[in-house]
Design a protein around this ligand. Structure first.
Ligand code: SAM
Length: 338
């Protein structure tokens, strides 16, 4: 019997397992290394004015790493670095190397908008990064500018090319928006497919920082568009991933993430850490606990204790699932990394 909410038991010699208060295995830590971003995507951030958390409030990579070690020792085997825009943080490759050197068999991934990626891709790969998710909402420069409030597309595409060239596994993230990029669902699918990349369409999640009146395409609407050209079958979700997968006749798979469906709560395996050291059990809940004092004191036991309490309190369902209506998230995706 697994002791719920407790950093639990050894299955093999040096592999532990983390179990939350609802008996779910938690093995995935997402770390937002900065809330700052060089884009102002309409669906994520207000245009301006904008006040960032002062840099001195951010945990150093050494502090974050202390918690990462605790997490890995207790059963985390999948880590994603995100943001804000994680490539804005200097020496990110060194942080990745610290993690990779500690445990080389981790599933170590990064989510980025790709703008700064071209000169960094090889360094990141050499440091131990295995996979990279790159946000790409459009293949049209003027639409990219409209969404992100900046002329970004050429650099993002160059970043994607470089990531592929250095041998990183690349997945594209696309947020389909009505009247903005909904005419490009197929083009983006074909672009990803032609370069052997995966693509996930993420349903727009309402949040109080996004521009008013944005409307996302839902899962069915994305499927309807793709079905005009391709036959595909549903595969379902795989291994706690929130994405519903679909397979074209030639075997290529694409995914759609529908956070409004909230069917992924039952096997949710993730926790999130912000750059300020808040450990968040669920993207759609405000409750969180700080690891800051523990890691700044080098207190491994205290850090492990915060992890234990956060796991015990991880909610069974996200708050969107209460009444089936879309609630607006109070927490910024650029703070948690989405
Ligand atoms: N800056 C990086 C990037 O652009 O990928 C990492 C952070 S960003 C918050 C992570 C992902 O969240 C991106 O793929 C972005 O498209 C997605 N995202 C942000 N706001 C969203 C929203 N309101 N609805 C759906 N996805 C969103």
């Amino acid at each position: 019997m697994v002791d719920k909410g407790i950093i639990a038991f050894n299955i093999f010699k040096d592999y532990k397992m983390l179990i939350d208060g609802h008996g779910r295995k938690v093995n995935y830590l997402r770390i937002s290394v900065t809330e700052r971003c060089n884009f102002r995507c309409q669906y994520c951030m207000p245009e301006k004015p904008f006040s960032w958390v002062p840099k001195e409030n951010l945990l150093t990579f050494e502090d974050l790493f202390l918690f990462v070690k605790v997490g890995i020792d207790e059963g985390i085997n999948k880590i994603r670095i995100t943001g804000g825009e994680p490539l804005l943080r200097a020496d990110l490759d060194k942080f990745i190397k610290m993690i990779s050197d500690y445990r080389s068999d981790l599933d170590l991934a990064l989510t980025t908008n790709g703008y700064l990626l071209k000169p960094l891709a090889k360094k990141l790969k050499d440091a131990g990064l295995k996979r990279i998710n790159i946000s790409l909402d459009t293949l049209k420069p003027e639409i990219a500018k409209k969404i992100s409030q900046k002329d970004v597309l050429a650099k993002v595409l160059a970043g994607i090319e470089e990531a592929l060239k250095v041998g990183l596994k690349v997945k594209l993230n696309t947020v389909p928006l009505k009247g903005i990029n909904d005419g490009e669902i197929l083009d983006l699918l074909e672009f990803a497919k032609s370069k052997n990349m995966a693509i996930r369409y993420i349903e727009y999640m309402e949040n109080k920082f996004a521009k008013d009146k944005l409307q996302g395409l839902n899962e069915q609407e994305v499927q309807d568009i793709i079905s005009k050209k391709y036959n595909f079958k549903a595969i379902g979700r795989i291994e706690s991933s929130p994405a519903h997968l679909f397979e074209l006749e030639d075997g290529y798979r694409f995914g759609i993430i529908d956070p409004h469906k909230h069917d992924f709560c039952e096997d949710c395996n993730r926790i999130r850490l912000t750059a300020e050291g808040m450990l968040i059990p669920c993207l759609y809940f405000d409750e969180a606990m700080s690891i800051k004092e523990a890691v700044q004191n080098g207190d491994i036991e205290a850090a492990a204790n915060v992890l234990k309490v956060v796991l015990k309190n991880k909610p069974e369902k996200n708050k969107w699932s209460n009444d089936g209506e879309n609630e607006t998230s109070e927490r910024a995706f650029y703070e948690t990394g989405g």
